[in-house]
Design a protein around this ligand. Structure first.
Ligand code: DGL
Length: 253
């Protein structure tokens, strides 16, 4: 039965593991197949064309493994590839991600909303459109090199990086910070040290998980198994990349 097939999830590396954690919480009876394209990471500093080609190949791989739906657990790949993938597979459920600027804009009290993301996510048209609607007081901050620190679990390095990026707002802290890259969700503990409690830190993971539930429900694709679902992690990278994804799944916020 189609509903018994797994949900495919992918990212350029281990960032989407933070999304997988949210999916497992929201949909504990689903089976998930996660693919981290670590051999080709990072995506965010490549061209949109290059990321489209990479995302198409990962998508095809998940389809060939029988995925009943695919979650693009990567803001960058969504911006570069979701529209083309949807056009090529019009009846197939594809769930993408975008920086959670809309919910963050509701938490703004007349101050600043900082949007952290990869250079590509913040450059492409999809984000520009989001800014037109919800961008009042919002400042995009591209963070090249930050995902690599997460991939190395170098949280001290990430702290130093973010301290530098956030230094102009030390006196007047932002109302909200948007984590517009799934890797950055693992930096919540670091951000909690750098930002006052009055600054909301917002990501799109729970919203993405709810969206997957809605889509599977509408298409009658929810897995009816009573036992807990399973998950499988795969990567184009090496054994170390796989071990990292397992470790990050264990500590995902
Ligand atoms: N995790 C990805 C995102 O959500 C991108 C990281 C990268 O490959 O640059 O944007």
């Amino acid at each position: 039965m189609a509903s018994e097939r797994p949900v495919g999830v992918f990212d350029s590396g281990a960032g989407g593991i933070s999304v997988l954690a949210a999916l497992l919480r929201e949909l504990p009876h689903e089976d998930f197949l996660y693919f981290g394209d670590t051999a080709n990471a990072p995506y965010g500093t490549k061209t949109a064309e290059a990321v489209l080609t990479l995302a198409e190949s990962v998508f095809d791989r998940l389809l060939s493994r029988g995925a009943k739906a695919v979650v693009i657990a990567c803001n960058t790949a969504t911006a570069a590839a979701a529209a083309s993938l949807r056009a090529a597979h019009p009846d197939y459920p594809i769930i993408g991600m975008e920086p959670a600027l809309k919910p963050a804009s509701q938490l703004r009290h007349g101050g600043t909303v900082l949007v952290l993301g990869t250079p590509m996510t913040l450059r492409l048209e999809k984000f520009q459109r989001l800014m037109e609607h919800y961008g009042e007081g919002a400042i995009p901050l591209p963070c090249p090199g930050l995902m690599e620190l997460v991939e190395q679990m170098d949280f001290a390095g990430a702290r130093a990086y973010l301290a530098q990026v956030l230094s102009p707002w030390r006196r007047e802290p932002p109302d909200a910070v948007v984590l517009g890259c799934t890797h950055y969700v693992f930096l919540r503990p670091v951000l909690a040290e750098l930002l006052p409690p009055s600054t909301a830190v917002v990501d799109g993971n729970a919203g993405t998980a709810r969206q997957l539930r809605r889509v599977l429900t509408q298409r009658d694709l929810l897995n009816a198994q009573e036992s807990h679902g399973t998950w499988k992690l795969e990567t184009s990278g090496d054994a170390q990349a796989l071990a990292l994804m397992e470790r990050l799944l264990a500590i995902a916020p």
